[in-house]
Ligand binder design. Sequence first.
Ligand code: ATP
Length: 199
Amino acid sequence: MKLVIGLTGGIGSGKTTVANMFAAYGINIVDMDVIAHAIVEPGQPALQEIVSAFGAEVLGRDGSLNRQHLRKLVFADPAKRKQLEGILHPRIRAEARHQVDKATSPYCMMVIPLLFETGQNDLIQRILVVDTTPDLQLQRTMQRDNANREDVEKIIRVQVDRNARLAGADDIIENLGDEAALLAGVEALHQKYLSLAER
Ligand code: ATP
């Protein structure tokens, strides 16, 4: 069985940055967020199912999914949320498995932002947590998204907290300094995963 590392961490912790560094070592990256977007592109069966379930009002003028509107529709309605998850989750998981099967690198990295919130542990063998402080998460996310403090703080609050993430980790990569320090951590883990993959 192929070694699959699950990469997770809070909003703005540095998951994408870390994944890009592994990718630069030739490691195949399977990104759940990328997959979640791809499966609802116009022409995809999941988008048709969403329209059948929620109505054409979830489509924008150009025929693409209006995520904001859909989010509002399911937000206050647990049954609708379940229905949406029933459409999306099996497809996301199937596509993730498919990409792992296709992967050619010695091990692969699956980016699962909400790993602890949603539990997808069956898809991976080890958990790598990108760890940083809530303050840095806030600063970096505000800067990246031009977002306001309250919105980001709210997201940080509803996600699993830092200690719970660390407690669930097999490996931890600290993202407290600059990108050079982060790369050093990635390099060390890459060596470790290569030797694990050989066994
Ligand atoms: P999200 O959960 O929101 O998708 P993420 O965990 O993928 O976020 P990134 O997008 O990788 O996080 O990082 C958040 C922002 O912080 C990005 O703009 C990134 O360039 C920047 N960043 C990440 N790590 C560092 C670092 N060590 N030094 C400086 N900037 C960093």
